[in-house]
Write a protein of this length. Structure first.
Length: 256
C-alpha cells in the first residue's frame, strides 16, 4: 500500500501557501514553531501537540481562495472569514478533519471559545492557542522587543486562555527564543512525525485541495489542474498503460 507522510506533506504544502503572500513568508512555519513552544510550556499531551503543529502549518489556507491582502492578516481584519473558508476547504478530506476544526476556531477569542458547545470546546480551545501563536509571530516581526510586546499583551488578556498567556509571557521573557526564528522553524519536528501517514485515497483528496488553492489565484486557471488531471487519465487509458498507474497519473495532473 502506498502511504504518504502527513508531516512532510503539510510541510511542503505550507511552503507553497506562504509563497502566495511574500510579505508573510514563512508565517505558517514560524507560527507552528511558536505553537509548539507553547505546547511544550503547557506540557500538553502528544496528540494535541501534533494536531496543533500540523494545523498551524496551514492555518491560513483560507486566505488564498479569498485573495486576502497581507494587511488584512497584519491588522487582523476579516479573521473569521478566512478561518471559515479554510475549514470548508479542508473538511472534505477525512484524514484532516481534526485540523479542519482547529482552523475553523483559530481566530476565536477566549470569550467566544467559552461559549461554544461541549463537543466543539476542545477544538476551539486548541484553536485559541494557535491564535496566540499567530499573534506572537506577527508581533515578533515588528519593532518592539519581546518584553515590550508582553507589556502590550497584558492589556488584552481577555483574548486568550489564562494558562496560554502565562506560557506566552514566559516565552517573551526569553529573547533568545525569538532570535533567528525563521531558521529555527525550518528545522522543527514533532514527536512520532515519521509515523503519521495517509493513504492514496486521502492523498488524492488532499491533492485536489492543493489544486484548488493554486488554480484559485487567477480566473484563467479556475479549473486548469483538474482538467489536466482528467485529460492525463484519459490519455493514459487510450494508450493502454497499466491501470495500477492510473491514480498516480491523476494525482500528478492535480499537482503539476
Amino acid at each position: 500500500m502506498l502511504l504518504f507522510n502527513k508531516f512532510e506533506l503539510i510541510g511542503a504544502f505550507t511552503i507553497v501557501v506562504d509563497m502566495v503572500n511574500t510579505n508573510l513568508a514563512n508565517h505558517h512555519q514560524r507560527t507552528a514553531y511558536l505553537a509548539d513552544q507553547l505546547c511544550r510550556k503547557l506540557d500538553m499531551p502528544q496528540d494535541d501537540r501534533q494536531q496543533v503543529v500540523l494545523t498551524s502549518l496551514m492555518h491560513d489556507i483560507g486566505v488564498v481562495p479569498l485573495r486576502a491582502k497581507v494587511d488584512d492578516l497584519l491588522f487582523e481584519r476579516d479573521m473569521n472569514l478566512h478561518s471559515w473558508a479554510g475549514w470548508m476547504m479542508l473538511r472534505s478530506c477525512p484524514v484532516f478533519e481534526g485540523e479542519a476544526a482547529l482552523i475553523r476556531y483559530h481566530h476565536y477569542r477566549w470569550a467566544e471559545v467559552r461559549r461554544v458547545g461541549r463537543e466543539a470546546f476542545h477544538s476551539a480551545k486548541l484553536g485559541n492557542l494557535i491564535c496566540l501563536a499567530d499573534h506572537l509571530d506577527i508581533i515578533s516581526r515588528g519593532d518592539k522587543s519581546p518584553r515590550e510586546a508582553a507589556a502590550d499583551m497584558k492589556t488584552d488578556q481577555a483574548s486568550y486562555a489564562p494558562a496560554y498567556l502565562e506560557a506566552a509571557f514566559d516565552m517573551l521573557d526569553d529573547p533568545e527564543l525569538f532570535a533567528d526564528l525563521g531558521e529555527k522553524s525550518k528545522r522543527m519536528d514533532i514527536p512520532d512525525s515519521k509515523h503519521l501517514f495517509i493513504d492514496l485515497q486521502d492523498m488524492l483528496i488532499f491533492a485536489d485541495i492543493f489544486a484548488t488553492l493554486i488554480d484559485s489565484r487567477s480566473p484563467f486557471t479556475a479549473s486548469h489542474s483538474r482538467s489536466v488531471a482528467h485529460l492525463a487519465l484519459y490519455l493514459h487509458q487510450l494508450a493502454g498503460l497499466p491501470r495500477v498507474d492510473a491514480h498516480n497519473i491523476f494525482m500528478a495532473g492535480l499537482l503539476h
